[in-house]
Design a protein around this ligand. Structure first.
Ligand code: NAP
Length: 337
């Protein structure tokens, strides 16, 4: 039996393409003493991976050309001589983009497949959910009665952020997304008060219309024109949490700062970047609050599932192009028994 891994073939210039990825068939790796062999069942593809495909210095080291890529994954333990891990256990870990992984137990977290659908741990109850929670409550300091604008609102982080703002007493929650169907999902199913398709007309105009009394919090997943629009609509002492700037990830030239940044003086607003890794201490309270909301359906989530490791690169390209609603995941088939 062989394993498959996806390697970075070359660094993209601008938007990545399938040429930037290589698929390699390799032997199933053999675990050493004290290690686990895991057969991956689900892979996460995420926008931050675009950054790791480039050589630019950032918070996560660049992927190496010619080497297998990394990312969040769920898998089933196949071999273990480690106390606490048995064949059949489901584990969450960071060696995605491959069918099989050898792991030190300290890098594998067991998840209970009976507590929630396991994929939730890659999305709504995992890092993406925690990002929304930390960004909204720890960084932006959401208060009851705030009007909140979330960009990338139909994505994994954005869809959770908007619903959490609503659940914690926001006065009005507004979202932007890239299709009419996503806009419908936000307003008709997730409880956003208003949403718009940012491709239909200038974001500044659409946001001003959706928020006639201005916004107090902007949860930024997109940057660029969205950030400028949010600054225009921001109320006195407004707060911006910069979670992501996906509109700029494929830029080949430095992108201009928001042209209206000088409003920071008159409006005395704050703008703070965030990295979910700094907020891991919130995980217990996040799970205590959000897991029951997921279980009883108060917080809805969606997953877009692509099948097969061979389609993982395309799933990643499709994520950047907006093919997903909610979390983008790659499902790996179990080998025939
Ligand atoms: N700071 C942190 O710790 C942290 C952690 C996780 C994620 N993030 C960031 O949070 C953001 C969302 O991540 P996610 O995992 O939830 O991904 P996601 O939102 O599920 O997927 C990415 C979405 O971005 C949208 N998009 C792509 N290009 C765009 C553009 N030019 N303008 C506007 N929207 C565009 C697409 O939706 P449309 O159809 O709406 O265009 C696409 O579905 C990303 O910026 C990511 O880098 C940050």
């Amino acid at each position: 039996m062989s394993a498959i891994e996806i390697r970075l073939a070359s660094r993209p210039h601008g938007a990545p393409t399938l040429e930037n990825f290589d698929l390699a068939e390799v032997d199933v790796p053999a675990p050493g003493p004290g290690q686990l062999l895991v057969r991956n069942t689900w892979l996460s593809v995420d926008p931050y991976m675009r950054g790791r495909m480039s050589s630019a210095k950032s918070y996560a080291p660049p992927y190496e050309v010619g080497k297998v890529m990394h990312g969040g994954a769920l898998g089933e333990v196949v071999e273990s001589d480690v106390d606490g891990f048995a064949p059949g256990d489901t584990v969450l870990h960071g060696l995605g983009w491959r069918t099989h992984a050898v792991l030190e137990p300290k890098h594998a977290a067991k998840v209970d497949p009976d507590a929630a659908p396991v994929t939730a741990y890659l999305g709504v109850l995992g890092l993406t959910g925690l990002t929304a929670y930390a960004g909204l409550f720890d960084v932006a300091g959401l208060r009851e009665g705030d009007t909140v604008f979330v960009s990338g609102a139909a994505g994994a982080v954005g869809s959770v952020a908007g619903q959490l703002a609503r659940a914690r007493g926001a006065k009005r929650v507004i979202g932007s997304a890239g299709s009419a169907e996503k806009v419908r999902w936000l307003t008709e199913e997730l409880g956003f008060d208003a949403a718009f398709n940012y491709k239909d007309a200038p974001v500044t105009d659409q946001l001003a219309k959706a928020a006639p009394d201005g916004i107090d919090v902007y949860f930024d997943n997109v940057g660029g024109e969205h950030l400028e629009a949010a600054i225009d609509s921001l109320n006195l002492h407004g707060r911006i949490v910069v979670c992501g700037m996906i509109s700029q990830y494929n830029a080949t030239e430095p992108t201009p700062a928001p042209r209206n940044l000088s409003q920071i003086i008159a409006k005395r607003f704050t703008m703070r970047g965030m990295l979910v890794g700094d907020h891991q201490h919130l995980r217990p309270e996040f799970l205590a609050e959000v897991a029951p909301m997921v279980t009883d359906g108060r917080l809805k989530y969606s997953e877009t599932v692509v099948d097969g490791i061979r389609n993982a690169p395309q799933a990643f390209l499709d994520l950047l192009a907006g093919a997903n609603t909610g979390k983008m995941l790659v499902r790996l088939q179990a080998p025939p028994r």
